[in-house]
Design a protein around this ligand. Structure first.
Ligand code: DGY
Length: 326
């Protein structure tokens, strides 16, 4: 008998076909997230789960799905899954690292440029029909070239952002829990500094740290107060890395000049007041949303799931301890 797999949301048909070759698939083609009770019901007698960031897979869900052997997340981030609980229950967890780094770095640059130059507001103005003639004082933004870029978290995506910054002749600062190897620093022309120096000296601060308890509210009121009044903050990492309420206050009161956000503390809801502000650009968690990358992510999640259910080691296993315990 084929193993049974639940796919909680729409993924690319190529990926579904791959899973269907080896498994009996129950897929939610409506692409609306299941409510927690619906998810529990759907997970009954399932051996595998292909899920998205919108699905919370905690110990309660795992306890009520005793047949489950693998949870395959269609994302590199996996803060929606309690990996420790899964490990304790012998459930494999996988993610989709690597394939979205360049696409996310590209999008970070979309946010940087569009925020600094007020592109969305300019587009809205043009569409409204209010623009009557060219003017020296219209649509004044901030230059990006030759400015200082501060990268918080020099992982794969942070490095991609730094690489692209060289084309803008920027001074690049970075901070991280661990300093990068000198060859990488030299290649990227990136200087390691402490967080405080980075916040005080950067014109653009871009966040690329993963979400852990230690990085929750990595940027809060005290950090925002350290930044230049002309600086912009970019977040394409995870929403809770920024204290969104404090950010609204900072943007309103001019502690910083602007922000470009792709992620939110309580997705999909913005903090009160955020959408009223003109100096913030708001994207709906779309940094990895290119056709090529989302296809690769879907395929990777499918391959991870099939491997786990056919007695092979999933290529992107986050908790190999589970295999050792078998
Ligand atoms: C991820 O993969 O973690 C992104 O946030 C969505 O692509």
């Amino acid at each position: 008998m084929k193993p049974k797999v639940l796919v909680t949301r729409q993924i690319f048909p190529e990926a579904l076909a791959l899973v269907s070759k080896h498994c009996e698939v129950d897929s939610n083609q409506r692409d609306v997230p299941f409510s927690p009770p619906q998810l529990l019901k759907k997970l009954q007698r399932k051996d595998g789960l292909i899920c998205l960031l919108t699905d919370t897979i905690d110990d309660k869900v795992l306890a009520k799905s005793p047949q489950l052997k693998i949870v395959s997340n269609v994302a590199v981030g996996y803060n929606n899954i309690d990996v420790n609980a899964a490990t304790k229950r012998g459930v494999m967890v996988t993610n989709t690292p690597g394939v979205l780094d360049d696409t996310t770095a590209d999008f970070t640059w979309c946010l940087i440029l569009a925020t600094a130059r007020g592109l969305v507001e300019a587009d809205k103005y043009f569409r409204s029909g209010k623009w009557k003639y060219w003017g020296v004082m219209q649509f004044l933004g901030h230059d990006v070239h030759h400015k200082t870029l501060g990268i918080c978290g020099l992982g794969r995506i942070g490095k991609g952002v730094a690489k692209r910054a060289r084309g803008f002749d920027m001074r690049i600062l970075y901070t991280d829990a661990q300093r990068a190897n000198p060859i990488i620093e030299q290649e990227l022309r990136a200087t390691f500094v402490d967080k405080k120096t980075l916040l005080q000296e950067s014109d653009i601060v871009t966040l690329h740290v993963p979400l852990f308890p230690e990085t929750t509210h990595y940027i809060s009121a005290s950090e925002l107060k350290l930044m230049k009044k002309t600086a912009i903050l970019i977040n394409a990492a995870r929403g809770p890395v920024v204290d969104e309420k404090a950010l609204v206050k900072a943007l309103k009161e001019g502690w910083i000049a602007g922000a470009g956000l792709d992620v939110y503390e309580k997705e999909p809801k913005p903090a009160p007041g955020l959408t009223k502000l003109k100096n913030v650009l708001l994207a709906p968690h779309a940094a990895s949303a290119s056709v090529d990358t989302r296809l690769k992510m879907s395929r990777m999640a499918a391959e991870n799931c099939v491997a786990g259910l056919t007695g092979n080691r999933p290529p992107n296993l986050l908790n190999p301890e589970v295999l050792r315990a078998m």
